[in-house]
Design a protein around this ligand. Structure first.
Ligand SMILES: *Cc1c(COP(=O)(O)O)cnc(C)c1O
Length: 482
């Protein structure tokens, strides 16, 4: 790859400014002379068109949502409306400093306050904090909140139950919060069964953590019964809300028995994520957990928005300053733009699109382990292609050659050779049909000419990467690149 500094030639410049007739200040006026830069700054010397072309070219090397379909299961890669960026770039927002006094940032505090109210309403919960920086951080925050709550009750307990389809961040967050994660096997339909759960539930269980719909795209049918069982042993019920795209405006987690949940604003509420931007993982809780939420809490008193630090039971701060503010502005914009009716249409579109795409994949060699009417995503298995020496990773790499991003692969762990597909509501019927045709074509290639799949991808800027080497020996500084 060409770096901007490779294009640098002495004397080239993007624009010229008139010579200054202001005399240069003498260096000895500065007692901190040792702080002055000794040599040249060493910036690349390039023209404006070179800079422009360099960045436009780079922007096309990676796949992204503005370039094409991105059916990444679990992660909700939906198109991010540009109006979100317009509002988030308003100087009134971008020129704020986190240490400005409350009375100068009333608008920003109002955004936080109202967004928290919206998120509480959508969740069917009492209060919401917008501090956590991502979903995993939201899980951690939610766990700490519950931990403090149980501690106050004089019973911290020992373990947290998660289904075997859980996202990897769930057990990690549980360990970080000081508990032991215990996996509960799913039943033959891919659900958490009350009969199985019963075996695991006892007075040592602090919390049960579920994703609903699950990472298999299945709505947990027994959720009300499960919630009653969990509460009967004095434990709390947590919802990993990464899949809220399937529920928006239709099901409120608080109404079906959950005590605490996190959102992923960068998934459900359309703010760029992955390499494209920071995340945000607000946590919504029922009233009994509200006093434990992180401080400061944005409140409205005497006609004024304030930052309330005076919360004796709070777990304290979970991040520097107030959270990823422009992500909050984007999510706020998105919610305001859609309104209550629009949010309902989002979940309707997400579920309809997943069902249509799954229908198009019926009667193809791809296998479905848990056959069901999906919610917003579904999981295929590439195991039938093993007969031709083709693995799911080969299929995923071949998908790149056709101009799509690959689905999530090898997750959830309970489906062998998994391909987890989430089309989202922002894709057209034509795109879904084109993707289905591509998968069918790849299925034929796997049978007739598996070599093509083994050699894929061929059309991407880099070919198949050595994932293991990349993890064992990451090169993170440009100085270390060849
Ligand atoms: C994405 C995701 C998470 C973690 O969220 P991050 O924002 O990536 O930290 C947790 N659970 C599920 C089901 C997810 O899809």
């Amino acid at each position: 790859m060409i770096l901007l500094r490779d294009l640098s030639r002495p004397g080239k410049r993007g624009f010229r400014v008139p010579f200054s007739d202001v005399p240069k200040p003498s260096v000895d006026k500065y007692p901190e002379e040792h702080l002055l830069r000794k040599g040249k700054i060493g910036l690349p010397e390039v023209t404006e068109p070179e800079v422009m072309r360099h960045f436009v070219n780079i922007s096309t090397m990676n796949h992204h949502l503005d370039k094409g379909f991105y059916p990444l299961g679990s992660c909700t890669m939906k198109y991010n409306p540009k109006i979100n960026d317009v509002t988030a770039s308003m100087p009134g927002f971008t020129e704020l400093h986190p240490l400005m006094p409350d009375n100068l940032v009333q608008g920003a505090l109002e955004i936080y306050f109202e967004l928290a109210e919206f998120l509480s309403d959508i969740a069917g919960m009492h209060s919401t904090t917008i501090q956590p920086a991502a979903g995993a951080h939201g899980e951690f925050t939610g766990l700490l909140v519950v931990r403090e709550y149980l501690k106050d009750q004089g019973n911290m307990r020992k373990k947290v139950l998660i289904p075997d389809s859980a996202h990897g961040t769930n057990p990690a967050s549980i360990v970080f919060a000081g508990w032991e994660p215990v996996g509960v096997p799913s039943d033959e339909r891919g659900m958490v069964s009350p009969d199985v759960l019963k075996e695991y539930l006892d007075e040592d269980v602090a919390m049960v953590m579920l994703t609903n719909p699950s990472t298999l795209g299945i709505f947990e049918e027994h959720i009300i019964e499960i919630a009653d069982m969990v509460h009967a042993v004095g434990a709390q019920l947590y919802m990993d809300g990464a899949n809220m795209n399937a529920l928006l405006g239709r099901v409120r987690p608080g109404d079906i028995g959950f005590d605490v949940m996190h959102y992923n604003l960068h998934k459900t509420f359309s703010t760029p994520h992955g390499g494209g931007g920071p995340g945000s993982g607000p946590v919504a809780v029922k009233e009994h957990l509200a006093p434990y939420l992180p401080t400061p809490v944005v409140d409205y008193r005497d006609d004024k928005f304030i930052l309330d630090f005076d919360r004796p039971l709070s777990i304290g701060r979970v991040q520097a300053f107030w959270g990823a503010f422009t992500v909050a502005v984007r999510a706020y914009t998105y919610i305001m733009m859609h309104g209550a009716e629009g949010l309902k249409r989002i979940s309707e579109g997400a579920v309809t699109n997943a069902n249509y795409l799954k229908h198009l994949m019926d009667n193809t060699p791809f296998k479905v382990k848990y056959d069901h009417t999906p919610m917003h995503e579904f999981v295929l298995s590439g195991s039938p292609f093993k007969d031709y020496g083709v693995k799911t990773v080969d299929i995923a790499k071949r998908i790149l050659d056709y101009g799509f991003h690959a689905p999530t692969v090898y997750f959830p762990l309970i489906v062998s050779e998994a391909l987890m597909i989430e089309p989202t509501e922002t894709e057209s019927k034509e795109t879904l049909e084109c993707f289905a045709e591509t998968l069918k074509k790849i299925a034929e290639e796997a049978k007739e000419n598996p070599e093509i799949l083994h050699e894929a991808p061929k059309t991407t800027p880099v070919r198949r990467l050595d994932d293991v080497l990349a993890i064992k020996n990451p090169i993170l500084r440009w100085q270390d690149m060849e």
